[in-house]
Design a protein around this ligand. Structure first.
Ligand code: NAD
Length: 270
């Protein structure tokens, strides 16, 4: 893996990775719609809009691996999700195929499966249950990854990221928090492990309250070092200040589930 492209370089995760990935690959190309405010002179940055085909074609040239973080990272209007996450993701995979890129690590999300109840532990083989248009776009990205892996031979790793932060900030995040260092560990498995074809891993640290069985990631050697429970007291104290929300509190996807919800919780699946 000589040259790695990382999209979404100006975002929250991209900004953290720009520090953590320094020196880990011979060449890293960072890209985003926006120029990162703290771009260092020794960083290579190429501005590109993922929804514009020829701009995406330029950024993938000469790279062997891509970490695809770029996109709209919360719920949004259909047009916004369509352009950034659906058309943008398609452009990225298709340009990568044509440029003979070997591997893609796709930043999927827990919101692809947000409508599972918190009391239920799921694996990556559970069918998707998106909790938002955003979650649907992540399920789309995972499916696109499978198409490009099985039909075109790319090696694709989809990370259903929980919440990347220094510490978990509330009760829900005690279950789905991931430290930036553990996220990088998963990204490196996606970029380097010889047996990857199309894999879905949960992006979570070593959390005793996890909603997820991350066996697939462990089989590839993932050994998380972050432990959400070490921060439980502070997270639960912060949680006590939140207003109760029966839909959000019931489902793994939290507020993404209660947003626009009019389904009747008594009729919702368990
Ligand atoms: N932060 C988390 O905890 C978390 C959890 C689950 C999934 N994710 C996913 O991980 C990725 C990164 O998350 P983040 O928190 O850094 O998000 P972010 O919103 O901070 O960053 C996303 C970046 O993508 C860029 N972008 C948006 N539309 C674009 C376009 N059309 N062309 C090029 N760039 C575009 C934005 O400019 C932004 O810098 C996202 O795909 C997000 O959905 C993040």
């Amino acid at each position: 893996m000589h040259t790695v492209l990382v999209t979404g370089a100006a975002g929250g995760i991209g900004s953290r990775l720009r520090k953590l990935m320094k020196g880990q690959y011979p060449s890293i190309r960072w890209s985003d719609l926006k120029i990162p405010v703290d771009l260092a002179p020794d960083e290579t940055f190429v501005k590109a809009d993922l929804s514009v085909v020829h701009e995406v074609e330029q950024i993938v040239q000469g790279v062997q691996g891509i970490v695809h973080l770029g996109g709209f990272s919360v719920e949004g209007a259909w047009e916004t999700i369509l352009n950034a996450n659906i058309i943008g993701c398609y452009n990225l995979f298709e340009a990568a195929r044509r440029a003979k890129v070997e591997r893609i690590v796709f930043a999927s999300s827990n919101h692809a499966v947000g409508f599972y109840p918190r009391q239920r532990k799921i694996g990556t083989d559970s069918p998707v249950r998106p909790d938002s248009r955003y979650g649907v776009s992540k399920a789309f990205g995972e499916a696109l990854g499978a198409l490009y892996a099985y039909k075109h031979g790319l090696r694709v790793t989809c990370l259903r990221i929980g919440n990347v932060a220094e510490t978990p900030v509330d009760k829900r995040r005690l279950s789905l928090w991931i430290s930036p260092e553990d996220l990088l560990q998963l990204i490196r498995i996606g970029l380097e492990h010889p047996n990857i074809r199309h894999e879905i891993f949960f992006g979570a640290s070593d959390n005793v309250r996890s909603f997820w069985d991350n066996e697939a990631a462990f089989r590839y050697g993932y050994r998380p070092t972050g432990r959400a429970e070490d921060h439980a007291a502070a997270a639960l104290a912060a949680n006590a200040k939140l207003a109760p929300d029966p839909v959000s509190d019931w489902y793994q996807g939290g507020p993404f589930c209660s947003d626009e919800f009019d389904g009747g919780i008594e009729r919702s699946p368990t």
